[in-house]
Design a protein around this ligand. Structure first.
Ligand code: SF4
Length: 232
């Protein structure tokens, strides 16, 4: 009562002095027309120079990885990029020549999200990455609504079995079906956040899922997996 409260994150508060210094109009001009200003991008995973970088909105993602982040180390090649935190659908190398603002990333089929850019090189197993992501969401689910509580748990169990070589062909469609049926059916966005990346992993890396069928060992099991170690 009579005590208005403002809640902001550190990124917003860090930006305020600069907006006062140069003025809102000038600050907005740093970005694109509909996405003004700058953004803090947390670049992690398989890049030579991971870190938190303040860049103009609309900064090219490919340039961010190869120029700001110093490219992919150890002579590896790029396999995929998670552009905006764990909930955002993964992008293929052919999809990263885009500006990092809300509109352009959405047009590419993903989301700018938190600005947490995770770079994955060709040693990363995408099934294991999907599993890691789901372990996070299953742990974070508060359990209030059934699609999220049961969906994340079933997805974690299925992906665990699948990655261990115990998968059958219909699991691949079942994983996608389960995730699809969580979308839009939960009280808070965590259910969607778990489902959206899972659908993209299956759609874009179906062949890698198929490589784990029939009891085959994970083809990436002995590779160094920096992105997995750092991601979630
Ligand atoms: S969607 Fe949100 S409210 Fe529902 S169980 Fe998951 S975390 Fe809880």
């Amino acid at each position: 009562m009579a005590a208005p409260t403002i809640i902001n994150n550190a990124e917003t508060l860090a930006t305020v002095p600069h907006i006062f210094r140069i003025g809102g109009t000038e600050y907005a001009k740093l970005g694109t027309e509909r996405n003004g200003g700058t953004r803090l991008f947390a670049l992690s995973g398989d890049v030579a120079k991971p870190g938190v970088y303040e860049l103009p909105m609309g900064y090219n993602l490919k340039k961010m990885i190869y120029e700001v982040g110093g490219g992919i180390p150890d002579g590896r090649s790029l396999k995929a990029v998670v552009p905006g935190g764990s909930s955002t659908p993964v992008l293929l190398p052919s999809e990263i020549d885009i500006g990092m603002d809300f509109d352009q990333v959405a047009k590419a089929g993903s989301m700018l999200g938190s600005g947490g850019v995770v770079v994955l090189d060709d040693s990363v197993c995408m099934v294991e990455f999907a599993l890691r992501t789901m372990k996070f969401y299953q742990h974070e689910s508060c359990g209030w609504c059934i699609p999220c509580r049961e969906g994340t748990d079933w997805l974690k169990k299925t992906l665990t079995r699948f990655h261990a070589g115990g998968g059958v062909a219909k699991d691949i469609d079942n994983i996608r079906y389960l995730a699809q049926n969580m979308l839009g059916r939960t009280f808070c966005p965590l259910g969607d956040a778990a489902a959206m990346p899972t659908i993209a992993f299956v759609d874009k890396f179906r062949e890698e899922f198929e490589d784990h069928l029939d009891g085959k060992p994970c083809p990436y099991a002995n590779q160094p997996q920096e992105a997995l170690a750092n991601a979630y």
